[in-house]
Ligand binder design. Structure first.
Ligand code: PLP
Length: 466
């Protein structure tokens, strides 16, 4: 046998015998030479042959019969489809654009994230919570984090709940899937239009009946909801996504009354309520609910970072037992290590401090961006300046269609989203006013003037209609 100095002898012999067997060079049930004969024939030690035979035996290529020796296991020829051979080589993933500036509403600024504190707290989790880390965790997440969240939502969102009502998940998206499983079959769910497109995708993927309902100046239209008669609605009352409306108390009460009269559920997606500028935090819909009709979705994707993948849902007490029974053999889909670190971050006051710092930082970026937009676009811009969240809406005059604006933004390396991404049906481009979603979390403050100039290039005809 030809020797390969980088591989042990037994491995070389094992590979050679294996490929000969796969190539049908051996008959089924053919007896292999004894270890001694094989060793002589291959000019290797008996121990090497023994190890090679043992490996072939363990993988099922050969079998033994007592005092008779080793025999070749019958093997079907493996079907090889030549077309299937090169698919990965020819696969091209969608090219990621290296943007110069971003007006994405999905990102957060992590430049001030307390990395050292997070690392220290993670170390402490290893020391103090090894029992959690080394076993299969509770599907609802560690009770310590659920207790911390119960306190957090009590003073931030006016929510009084028991930690047992809280379920941690790897994102509001995955929690929504769990929620759908919890509801009866053939459930009809209403979503806001325009609204969060990822939720629509989940409803489509789970084959849930979805009925979009349009908005008026107070948020989702209650009149339309009454016509549609859904079993549940998903709403963003603190800061309608993407239009930014803060739902007034009159509409909140109408929704709650509709839900209690019809025994329907309101799924409150409270994705960025922590950020309010120049007003206090507005209490959640859940905190108004006296009839167990609201299911609350909260997330750390905006306050910390989307990559953490920790979100939570608060169930009305009557759904908790059902959830536990339905999920008794489910293993959590998020990192318990991160969940326990997050618990310490909240418990020891670092989270609140960080939130205050980020609030100031985002407030400054937002004010600076609004000023720059007004200076640059003058009368050709209408800024729908809701004092909340990490994005706002602008209407600008542009000769381009939405598709053209999206394509031009890519060409100019500017990350930018138009209202078309959030509408159930793409808008007709008759009007010269175009609605864009402007996120201000990712952009650095000193980049704002250049980024706004880039935006001007994208949306305005170079021949200069402005
Ligand atoms: C409308 C809306 N809901 C919810 C979320 C949070 O999603 P997740 O918790 O899955 O990160 C986001 C995040 O961008 C959002 O924009």
């Amino acid at each position: 046998m030809q020797r390969d100095t980088n591989q042990c002898i037994y491995r070389q012999l094992y590979k050679r015998l294996k490929s000969d067997m796969l190539a049908s060079k051996y008959e089924s049930h053919e007896k292999l030479p004894s270890k001694r004969n094989m060793a002589k024939h291959m000019n290797v030690s008996v121990n090497s042959v023994k190890a090679a035979y043992e490996q072939l035996l363990a993988e099922g290529y050969i079998y033994t019969e007592e005092r008779k020796g080793y025999f070749v296991e019958p093997l079907d020829k493996l079907i090889i489809n030549p077309e299937a051979q090169n698919t990965i080589a020819s696969y091209k993933s969608a090219a990621e654009i290296d943007y110069d500036y971003s007006f994405s509403h999905m990102s957060t600024d992590i430049s001030e994230f307390p990395i050292d504190i997070w690392t220290k707290l993670t170390k402490r989790v290893f020391q103090d919570y090894d029992h959690y880390l080394s076993s299969i965790p509770n599907v609802k997440g560690p009770i310590e984090l659920r207790q911390s969240i119960a306190k957090l939502v009590s003073y931030q969102r006016g929510i009084q709940c028991h930690p047992e009502q809280i379920i941690i998940g790897s994102g509001t998206n995955t929690l929504l899937m769990k929620l759908i499983q919890l509801m009866s079959e053939n459930v009809k769910i209403t979503v806001e239009n325009p609204g969060y497109s990822r939720f629509r995708t989940i409803l489509q993927q789970t084959q849930t009946q979805m009925v979009p309902v349009s908005l008026d100046n107070k948020g989702i239209s209650i009149e339309e909801i009454k016509k549609v008669q859904p079993d549940a609605i998903i709403v963003t009352p603190s800061h309608q996504f993407p239009m930014g409306t803060i739902m007034p108390v009159s509409r909140r009460i109408s929704l709650l009354n509709w839900a209690s009269k019809t025994h329907s559920y309101i799924i409150e997606d409270d994705y960025d309520s922590e950020f309010k500028y120049e007003t206090d935090n507005i209490p959640s819909l859940f905190s108004f609910d006296k009839n167990e009709r609201v299911i609350y979705l909260g997330t750390f994707s905006k306050t910390l970072m989307p990559a953490l993948r920790i979100s939570y849902m608060i169930l009305p007490a009557k759904l908790v037992r059902k959830f536990e029974v339905q999920n008794q053999s489910t293993i959590p889909d998020f990192s318990i290590l991160n969940a326990l670190t997050l618990n310490l971050l909240i418990k020891e006051g670092h989270y609140e401090k960080y939130l205050k710092r980020m609030h100031q930082l985002y407030g400054k970026k937002r004010a600076c961006l609004i000023e720059e937009l007004q200076m640059t676009f003058g009368n050709n811009i209408d800024i729908k300046d809701t004092q909340a969240g990490l994005h706002f809406i602008i209407e600008v005059v542009s000769p381009y269609t939405y598709e053209e604006i999206e394509a031009r933004a890519k060409e100019f390396k500017l990350e930018l989203y138009t209202i078309n991404r959030f509408n159930v049906k793409a808008l007709q481009n008759n009007s010269e006013r175009k609605t864009l979603i402007i996120g201000f979390s990712k952009i650095e403050q000193q980049q704002i003037p250049e980024a706004v100039q880039r935006l001007k290039k994208v949306i305005i005809d170079p021949s200069g209609t402005i």
